[in-house]
Each structure stands twice: as structure tokens, then as C-alpha cells.
Design a protein around this ligand. Sequence first.
Ligand SMILES: *Cc1c(COP(=O)(O)O)cnc(C)c1O
Length: 370
Amino acid sequence: MSGNFLALAQPGVQQLSPYVPGKPVDELARELDLDPASIVKLASNENPLGASPKALAAIREALDELTRYPDGNGFALKSLLAEQCRVELNQVTLGNGSNDILELVARAYLAPGLNAVFSEHAFAVYPIATQAVGAQAKVVPAKEWGHDLPAMLAAIDANTRVVFIANPNNPTGTWFGAEALDEFLQDVPAHVLVVLDEAYIEYAEGSDLPDGLDFLAAYPNLLVSRTFSKAYGLAALRVGYGLSTPVVADVLNRVRQPFNVNSLALAAACAALKDEEYLAQSRQLNESGMQQLEAGFRELGLSWIPSRGNFICVDLGQVAAPVFQGLLREGVIVRPVANYGMPNHLRVTIGLPAENSRFLEALRKVLARG
Ligand SMILES: *Cc1c(COP(=O)(O)O)cnc(C)c1O
């Protein structure tokens, strides 16, 4: 007799569903016998530009040192980040993607009997990180698809150690302003670490979104997490970072894997940070692509949730699931978000102008078929 190793998993893990990623291009190509090059994937909020040429050059150079362990302290990248983010070196924590930062927070601060507060329709990694360490997830109903910060505040209790908030949020694209954030931070009890997930903040420059870094000095219980996966175009390499007080950074540093960020990722991230032209191009492409999709939706009589990310959720009502399938048959992969409590929406990542057109054309065709 062997043990029931599902029932033996800790209860929080038994209740989890695995993270569902966007459908890979090669998988759809195999299933429908399509040429992978003909498939448009707008499903994982990836940067359609391709990686920065400067990052690629840095990776080629770093290849010569693959036999060595990476710099476990990530000195070069941390130095650049500290300078750019106006913090000290000892306030920076590097992660294997910013997912890693979220998990380090959970591992360091959550445990059975404790809880984390986050919003309905929030990023799927928050429940995974929380329940993986046996803590309770307190999910607060959303308001107009976005975070209801006062309700989240009210949900905090003596056993709360972490609040996850994302600005803008994925998958909804919703956001909150500086005043709302400041009021929230003022009222969060001192025993609660606020994780402000800014995975898409680079796209929001010059908008009404606050810069989380502006709040670090005033609020020692704030951690801002950011990533190289989106606007910096390095999703495959897995590199992100957290900015916090030195104390919180020290705690996270105790629980991380010694070499959690590989040397190619470190080299590429340094180069990408310095490539301002690439970032500006990413932003500009995103802005025009967002307008292109909104115009297309308007023409089709569809409504959408306004977004400050590199993606947008379009409302297809009852037919969201069949439209998703229909789009697949047209060689276009978008993201169903029923598992985020949004069965009527599909999330579409902003692509290159031609990819956006392909998607809109396919959508028109699928909807016309009824
Ligand atoms: C994409 C994303 C992340 C980060 O992903 P990494 O690739 O692990 O850096 C974090 N939070 C949100 C809300 C995201 O959408």
C-alpha cells in the first residue's frame, strides 16, 4: 500500500489549482497542424518587440562564463537598480522573476494561522504563494473590477501579515491613484507588509498612476515589486526585484535560493536597464496598440475594461469561451480569464500592429459566424 500523497499534502496545497499559463504557440501548431510562424500569441503579456539588442549582446558575452556560479549577490544589477530607483543597495532584493519575490515574502512572513489579504480578480500567484506555505487567503470582493482598498483595509485582522495589491492589476488592467494609495498605506497596521506589485508600471509612465517608489521612505511596511518580464522584454530569463527597507530585504535574503538569478539574466537585465530607447519604444508601441484594439472593439460594438497595462480585457458576454476556441482555430491565442472569476471576458495582450490587426480580423470573423 502506498500513501495517498494528495491527501498527505498540507491542506492549503490540496486546495490549490496549478497556475494556468497562456497556450504555447507550438502546442496549438501541433493540435491544428498549423505553421507556428502563422500563429499570433497575445496571451501572456509578453513584449512583442523581442528582446533589446543590447540585452542580447550582453547575454552572448556572458555565455563564456556559464561554468561559473552567478554573482549570488547580484552586485552589478543591484547597483544599477539602486541608482535608478533612488534607494540604497541594501534595499534591493533580486528574484527569479518577480514571482520569486512574492514567494519569498510568503515564505518569510506567512504560516498556518496567519493570512494574506488580496482582491478578487487579482494575480493568480497571490493565492499560490499564500496557500503553499499553509496560510489563509482572504479574498476581498472587487469594485468595478478593481481593488476596493477600503474594503481590503477592513479585511485586515491581527493575523494578517501581508497584503498584495497590484497597480495596475492583472488581469483586469485596473489601477488606483496616488491619493487612494497614500490613504491606504496610512491606515494599514504596522504589523502588515504591503506588497505593491508594479509588474506593468513602466507602461504607465506619465499617467495618473503613482510611482510606488515615492512612498518607500514614508512607509517602512511597503515593498514594491517589479519585473524585467514585461516592458523590458526578458520574460524567458526570469528576473525581477523587490524594493523595501533594508530590514525586509535582509529577511527575504535569508530565505532565497543562494543563486536565484542566473548570470545570463543578470547580464541582460543590466543591459536592458540602460537601453532607454528600447523602453521608450515598448511604451509607444503599447500605447498605439491599445488605441488600435479599443478602436477595433468600438467598431465591433464590444465593451472592455480600461487598462493601464500591456493587455486589455474585452467583454464577450456568454460567448467568451466559444469565441476563445474560434480564435484558436484562426491561429490566434488570447487568454480566457474564467479562472479569475471573469467568465465573460477574454484578456488580450497588446501585440505588434499587424498582430493586433490579425486578432481583430479573426474576432470579427468568429463573431460573424455566431
Ligand atoms: C507578469 C506579472 C508578474 C511577474 O512576473 P515575473 O515574470 O515573475 O516577473 C507579477 N505580477 C503580475 C501582476 C504580473 O502580471
